[in-house]
Ligand binder design. Structure first.
Ligand code: PEP
Ligand code: MN
Length: 302
């Protein structure tokens, strides 16, 4: 990791999942700036799994974010998922953007976005794809590096896993560690909010991310988390962030001993998850004849 980069800011990219109103996002942005966080984040185009939910405030909220940059002197990023959104963010004068998990997965989308920002003085943060695939993540990073933007960074937000788990998105730490090995100069933040999916797991994830030598954390904050329009379960109040960061501060960065222990635990969890999945599938197979009989009561299927 490039330790020569000295950054006096607190290594947080923090902000609400979604910008919901000008007042809300402005108050949070001012807080983030006063606390000295590295960057402020707020989603304005929200990728929703199903239509009909809150899809973000869209283009008009870009003005709110640019105002925050100007009035409070903090760099602001948002998520872009299409070339058009990237163009709008660039034109508005945003410091940068992140590419979300649903976009990183598609090389066509990534290339179209990279073409729009060719040579632009902006930062691009690349989240890992939804599925556990290092090659797609690295490919997206390379596309932006080739586009010669000011800076490319990575965000680890966990992966979809077949198993049920305490996490919303499984950390599968060996994948971000693989990325670090292949790109030793790349700065990587850990999006503990989207890995956890709830607030209880945040302290432990902050500690682990520090031990594993991440450069900082992405944290979702909201002034009234229970009323948030998106990701209500995983956002914390801004005033609780300093307490959360104590877990980060107290952990040794890049500790080999802790790293081994985290990976050992993860391997154990996977082994037991795979064992119970095998049991579940065996049970499922045993029940197939019964289920088929129920569907076709007249046939004698064995
Ligand atoms: C987000 O950061 O709010 C978001 C939707 O992220 P992801 O792409 O990780 O799901
Ligand atoms: Mn979110």
């Amino acid at each position: 990791m490039n330790r020569s980069k000295i950054n006096t800011k607190i290594p947080i990219v923090g902000g609400p999942c979604s910008a919901e109103s000008r007042d809300q996002v402005r108050a949070l942005g001012e807080w983030a700036a006063k606390q000295g966080w590295n960057k402020f984040r707020a989603g304005i185009w929200k990728p929703r799994t199903r239509p009909g939910g809150f899809e973000g405030m869209g283009e008009r909220a870009l003005d709110w974010l640019v105002e925050i940059q100007r009035d409070f002197q903090i760099e602001v990023i948002t998520e872009v998922a299409t070339a058009r959104q990237a163009e709008q963010a660039l034109k508005a004068g945003l410091n940068g953007f992140w590419v979300g998990a649903r976009t990183t997965v598609n090389p066509f989308y990534v290339q179209e976005i990279a073409d729009v920002v060719q040579g632009a003085p902006i930062e691009v943060w690349v989240k890992n794809p939804i599925h556990p695939d290092l090659a797609h993540w690295e490919g997206a990073i390379e596309r932006f590096q080739k586009a010669d933007v000011k800076e490319v960074r990575a965000i680890h937000r966990g992966f979809y896993a077949f198993r049920s788990s305490v996490y919303r998105n499984s950390p599968m730490w060996s994948i971000p560690l693989g990325l670090k090995k292949d790109f030793p100069q790349l700065e990587m933040y850990c999006d503990i909010s989207h890995i956890a999916g709830n607030i209880k797991l945040l302290p432990e994830l902050a500690r682990q991310a520090r031990h594993l030598d991440f450069e900082g954390l992405m944290i979702e904050i909201h002034n009234q988390p229970d009323k948030a329009l998106t990701d209500a379960h995983q956002q914390i109040r801004p005033e609780n962030v300093p307490h959360l960061m104590q877990h980060w501060d107290r952990a040794d960065a890049n500790s080999q001993k802790e790293m081994d222990e985290i990976l050992r635990q993860e391997k154990m969890n996977w082994n037991s998850a795979i064992d119970s999945e095998i049991d579940r599938l065996k049970q499922f197979r045993k029940n197939i004849p019964d289920q088929m009989r129920e569907l076709k009561p007249d046939d004698s299927i064995s």
